[in-house]
Design a protein around this ligand. Structure first.
Ligand SMILES: NC(=O)CC[C@H](N)C(=O)O
Length: 381
C-alpha cells in the first residue's frame, strides 16, 4: 500500500493529533463536533446542519459500505472536514456506486484518518465543542493553531442563506393528496418532504427569506420550519415569520432549528450546549404518552424555558406565553435538555430531534402523523 500523506489536526486549545490525509488534500477549519452513530455516514455528510462543522466519527471504521446514489440528504456534502479512526480500504455494499474517499475528494472535503478519535471525543466531551483546523499541506501545528484561532465561531453564526434553496420547488404527495404544506428551507433534509408525501402531503419548499405572503401564496394548509445550521439566536427573520404564523393560527410543525425558532417566537431563549447531541441512540421521553423513544440528534444549541435550571428536570407544567400555554412535550433522558414544545392554545408543536432520521431510528416517525392530525383537526393533539 502506498504511504499516505501526513496530516495534522489542531484544536483551538492547542491539543494536536497526528494522522494521515483522508479525502481531499488541503486545509480546513470549523467547529469540532463528534457523532456517535454506527451507521448513516452518508446522511451525516450531506446533512446541511453540519455546515461549518468538522465531524469526528466515534465509530472506528468508516466507509465500509461506500456511497450510493440514494441516501444523500441534500445536493452535496456539507461537513467542513471529516475525522475518522480507520477508513475502510474497500467499500462493499449492493447499493454502493462508489467509494467514500473518492466522493470526499471529488467534493473537496479535507479529512484526516488514523486519529485516536476516542481520545479526541473525550477531550471535546470534557472541554466542549471548539474550533479546529485540519491540514495536510502545513505540518507546523503552531502556525495552524494561529489560523484556527482566527477562524469564525459557531456562536453568532447566521448560516441559513448559505444552505437554503435558491428557488422554491414542490415535492408532490404520494397517492391521494390530502394537504399542502409550505416548508421554510433553513437547511432541509430530503427525508422531510418524503415523510410528508407518504401521508398525502404536497410540500412547497421555500427559500429562507420567504415572507408570510409567500407562504400563503402556496395555498398551504400548514407550515413547516426545517432543521439547519448556525446559531438560532441569529434567526430573527424566521422568528418573526413564525410569530406571523402563530398569530394567524396556521398549523405549524418544526424540527431542530425549527424548534429553536418556535421557542424564540414564543419568547424563550436559546443557549449553546457544552458538546451537543449528535448520534442515533439518544433516549427521549414523550411526556404525553410516557413512552421513551430512541432518536437521532444533531444539535449544538437548545431552547431554555423559564424556570429551568441547567441540567435539572424541566418542570412538567404549562408555561404562559404571549401565544397562550406551552408545554415541554419531550425531554432528553441523558441530560434533561428540552427536546420538544407543544402550544396548547395555538396549533403548533416542534421537536429538537429528528423524526425524519435516515438511516433511522424511526421511533419518532409518528410525529408526522401528529402533524397530519393537527392539520386535519385544526387543533393540537
Ligand atoms: N439540526 C439542526 O437543525 C441543528 C440546529 C442548530 N444549528 C444547532 O446546532 O442546534
Amino acid at each position: 500500500m502506498t504511504k499516505r500523506r501526513p496530516a495534522i489536526l489542531v484544536l483551538e486549545d492547542g491539543r494536536t493529533f497526528h494522522g494521515e490525509a483522508y479525502g481531499s488534500v488541503g486545509e480546513t477549519f470549523g467547529e469540532a463536533v463528534f457523532n456517535t452513530g454506527m451507521t448513516g455516514y452518508q446522511e451525516t455528510l450531506t446533512d446541511p446542519s453540519y455546515h461549518r462543522q468538522v465531524v469526528v466519527q466515534t465509530a472506528p471504521h468508516i466507509g465500509n459500505t461506500g456511497v450510493n446514489g440514494e441516501d444523500d440528504e441534500s445536493s452535496r456534502i456539507w461537513v467542513a472536514g471529516y475525522v475518522v479512526r480507520d477508513p475502510a480500504r474497500i467499500g462493499s455494499n449492493w447499493r454502493a456506486t462508489g467509494g467514500l474517499e473518492d466522493r470526499l475528494a471529488a467534493e473537496g472535503v479535507v479529512g484526516i484518518g488514523g486519529v485516536d478519535t476516542r481520545a479526541l471525543t473525550r477531550h471535546l466531551r470534557d472541554r466542549g465543542a471548539m474550533r479546529v483546523g485540519i491540514s495536510s499541506v502545513d505540518d507546523d501545528p503552531r502556525a495552524l493553531l494561529d489560523r484556527v484561532r482566527r477562524s469564525p465561531q459557531m456562536v453568532g453564526a447566521d448560516l441559513s442563506a448559505e444552505v437554503t434553496t435558491a428557488e422554491p420547488y414542490v415535492v408532490e404527495a404520494q397517492g391521494e393528496h390530502r394537504f399542502t404544506v409550505a416548508a421554510l428551507d433553513l437547511g432541509i433534509k430530503r427525508n422531510v418532504p418524503r415523510r410528508l408525501a407518504a401521508r398525502g402531503v404536497t410540500t412547497h419548499v421555500l427559500p429562507a427569506t420567504a415572507t408570510i405572503e409567500d407562504l400563503l401564496a402556496t395555498g398551504a394548509d400548514a407550515v413547516f420550519f426545517s432543521p439547519g445550521p448556525g446559531d438560532p439566536a441569529t434567526a430573527d427573520g424566521p422568528v418573526a415569520l413564525a410569530r406571523e404564523v402563530l398569530t394567524r393560527r396556521i398549523p405549524l410543525f418544526g424540527i431542530c432549528f425549527g424548534s429553536q425558532i418556535l421557542g424564540r417566537a414564543l419568547g424563550f431563549g436559546t443557549y449553546k450546549l457544552g458538546y451537543g447531541h449528535r448520534g442515533i441512540n439518544q433516549p427521549v421521553l414523550d411526556r404525553a404518552t410516557g413512552k421513551v423513544e430512541v432518536t437521532s440528534h444533531n444539535h449544538g444549541f437548545a431552547v431554555r424555558v423559564p424556570g429551568a435550571q441547567a441540567g435539572a428536570v424541566v418542570p412538567d407544567q404549562v408555561i404562559d406565553t404571549e401565544f397562550g400555554g406551552v408545554q415541554v412535550s419531550h425531554v432528553c433522558l441523558n441530560d434533561n435538555v428540552v427536546e420538544g414544545l407543544r402550544a396548547k392554545d395555538v396549533p403548533a408543536f416542534t421537536v429538537q430531534y429528528h423524526p425524519e432520521a435516515a438511516a433511522g431510528p424511526h421511533d419518532a416517525d409518528y410525529l408526522f402523523d401528529r402533524f397530519a392530525e393537527l392539520i386535519e383537526g385544526g387543533k393540537n393533539a
